[in-house]
Design a protein around this ligand. Structure first.
Ligand code: CTP
Ligand code: MG
Length: 244
């Protein structure tokens, strides 16, 4: 029987979807950023390790069609990531990869969706998000923004400055009741036009009017997106590996 403080005794089966099917165009490297090396391991290794050591029951890994064999032999089998039950091909856009992951995640009660390009995720963050998903149906780890944020027009002229208090930067993992997030994605896919949906809490807000619980996570949980993020990630990972 699994139980954790603050969690119900039984909450069903939890699947994590780890996304690694992007091309990493903003990184500008030959190899997609999730396969770049940080302290001797691929960026993706660290997310898979955190989920392996976490409360989730199983992991669906979504990657490029040509990278499935590599993931199986060089990550899952090599490191014994026994929770990775499926490795599947993703789609052209992030939301396509998520949808394919959702189909492969069934049957389950809760799903956590994570960017494989965020190596600093921890088992603690994963538990916090699952707890929020169980309580609210939609939950994400996030941090309050430190910079002033402006909204600009196409000519880079500022048009508005929202009050900083109340603004959060949204990270992953994000957790949902399985039916909630599947329904949101199905409605999105039925729509005639595709709006740029960049995360899944947004999907639930737009298509189901379902609000997300924001749980304060860690400023270290960055997404490696551009080359300088690799330098920052290395510093953070060194501290994390040293238990600081
Ligand atoms: N992702 C995915 N399938 C896609 C696009 C993105 O699985 N079609 C994944 C990425 O691999 C990454 C996460 O979604 O782990 C977040 O996306 P992002 O940071 O935008 O990664 P990329 O799309 O790879 O990078 P870029 O936008 O710079 O091309
Ligand atoms: Mg992208």
């Amino acid at each position: 029987m699994k139980q954790k403080r603050g969690m119900p005794m039984e909450y069903g089966k939890v699947t994590a979807i780890v996304l690694a099917a992007g091309k990493g165009s903003r990184m500008g490297s030959q190899v997609p950023k999730q396969y770049l090396t940080l302290l001797g391991h691929e960026v993706l290794y660290y997310s898979l390790k955190a989920f392996e050591e976490s409360i989730v029951d199983q992991v669906v890994l979504v990657t490029g069609a040509g990278d499935i064999d590599y993931c199986r032999s060089e990550l899952v089998e090599k490191y014994g990531f026994s929770k990775v039950k499926k490795i599947i091909a993703g789609g052209a856009e992030r939301y396509d990869s998520v949808y394919m992951g959702l189909k492969a995640a069934a049957p389950c009660d809760y799903v956590l969706i994570h960017d494989g390009a965020r190596p600093m995720v921890t088992p603690e963050i994963i538990s916090q998000v699952l707890e929020g998903a169980i309580a609210c149906g939609s939950c994400t780890t996030a941090v309050p923004v430190k910079d002033t944020i402006k909204i600009a027009d196409a000519e880079d002229m500022a048009v508005d400055t929202p009050e900083r208090r109340g603004l959060w930067a949204i990270h992953t993992p994000q957790g949902f009741s399985y039916e909630v997030i599947l329904e949101a994605h199905e409605r999105f896919r039925q729509g005639a036009y595709r709006i740029p949906v960049t995360d899944d809490t947004m999907m639930a807000e737009i298509f189901l009017r379902k609000r997300a619980k924001l749980v304060k996570g860690s400023y270290r949980n960055i997404k490696v997106t551009t080359p300088e993020d690799m330098e920052i990630a290395e510093v953070f990972l060194k501290k994390q590996e040293a238990g600081r």
